[in-house]
Ligand binder design. Structure first.
Ligand SMILES: NC(=O)c1ccc[n+]([C@@H]2O[C@H](COP(=O)([O-])OP(=O)(O)OC[C@H]3O[C@@H](n4cnc5c(N)ncnc54)[C@H](O)[C@@H]3O)[C@@H](O)[C@H]2O)c1
Length: 334
């Protein structure tokens, strides 16, 4: 089968491509990525040696380019990882979030309708459900939890999800959606909490923590997320939403302290900073649907996964330095 993987030079998409190009040598994977500031060609450069991989530099909102690619490649499956993904940026500049996350989704689905595909899969987020109170650990997001967003980022992802379900209902486009909790693992851009903490701690720099650090996130290893996406795309029911969660709730402060301990660094590096506007309190996911229907489960415990992740960043300081210096932008030449 021929796959279009958008946003494959980013954190989750690049981990997905490493996993599937190895696992399915009989399938062919085309990665379409605009290489925005968050896209890093170094994440997937090695895959160019493989017979079942090709990189295309381009924007999912570019209808002409997308149509041409669909016409040439005749994709069976489209998985849309491409997005503007950083909540803080969406507070500063919502516009690009609406363009990429909503219009980009529409352009891809229109091409799917025009050229025909077996499946369009939208990689979404638990953030579309808003947040849960800190004092109700019994509450979890299920697929039936109403959409109730807090940030321009989550609103743009929710808008895209609604559009995906509308294309299913109106045009019978064979769609699925996955909504996953916070990912950690290799190749995460050093603007997100875990790589920021590791890279700053390694340099004995102050580590900013929003508010009092009480906000709770449910952490999942990126590999477990990607195994879930793969199962949903291959065996999930058309028209369905599937939650994927880590069953690993930690406050931000707990997480930062744990990483500092692992690195043998002092908690004095922690610096509390003004809270993020509209900061969601707690995310927690009920993923029993995908566990029952598709037999998905996590292979990582948080304890093992975070240790392996810290090891990866400490052994790949070049990867982070290359981003911090801006040199990574030179990795791909058109
Ligand atoms: N990171 C998480 O914890 C998390 C959790 C749940 C869901 N998600 C979702 O998973 C997907 C991937 O997230 P990520 O953390 O890997 O993001 P990322 O920011 O690391 O990567 C996004 C990728 O998309 C590319 N991209 C951006 N705009 C594009 C455009 N217009 N055309 C083509 N490519 C474009 C970027 O160049 C980059 O390679 C996103 O849809 C995100 O909403 C992320």
């Amino acid at each position: 089968m021929k796959f279009l993987i958008t946003g494959g030079a980013g954190f989750i998409g690049s981990n997905y491509l490493h996993y599937v190009t190895e696992k399915y040598p009989e399938d062919y994977f085309v990665c379409l990525d605009a290489l925005t500031y968050a896209g890093n060609y170094n994440n997937i450069k090695d895959l160019e040696k493989r017979d079942n991989f090709k990189f295309v530099h381009g924007d999912i909102t570019d209808k002409e380019l997308v149509d041409k690619l669909f016409e040439e490649e005749k994709f069976d499956i489209v998985i849309n990882f491409a997005a503007e993904s950083h909540v803080d940026n969406s507070i500063k500049n919502p516009s690009i979030f609406l363009t990429t996350n909503i219009i980009g989704t529409q352009v891809l689905m229109d091409a799917c309708r025009k050229y025909g595909v077996k499946r369009y899969h939208q990689v979404s987020t638990d953030e579309v459900y808003g947040d849960l109170p800190l004092d109700r650990p019994d509450l979890l997001f299920t697929e039936d939890t109403p959409i109730h967003t807090s940030s321009p980022y989550s609103s743009s992802k929710a808008g895209a999800d609604l559009l995906v379900m509308a294309y299913y209902r109106t045009f019978n486009l064979p769609v699925t959606i996955s909504r996953c909790s916070n990912n950690y693992g290799p190749y995460q851009f050093p603007e997100k909490l875990i790589p920021v903490v590791i890279s700053k701690a390694l340099k004995d720099e102050k580590i900013p923590v929003y508010g009092t650090g009480e906000n709770v996130r449910d952490w999942i290893h990126v590999h477990d997320h990607n195994v879930g996406v793969d199962m949903i795309v291959r065996n999930g029911k058309v028209g369905e939403v599937y939650n994927l969660g880590g069953h690993s709730e930690k406050t931000n402060l707990e997480l930062v302290k744990l990483i500092l301990k692992e690195l043998g660094k002092s908690e004095d590096l922690i610096e509390f900073v003004a809270d993020r506007k509209g900061h969601d309190l707690r995310y927690a996911i009920d993923s029993s649907k995908v566990e029952k229907e598709l037999n998905w489960n996590r292979s990582y415990t948080f304890e093992d996964g975070i240790k392996e992740t810290i090891d990866w960043y400490t052994s790949n300081t070049d990867w982070i330095d290359n981003i911090l210096s801006g040199e990574y932008k030179e990795a791909y030449k058109d």
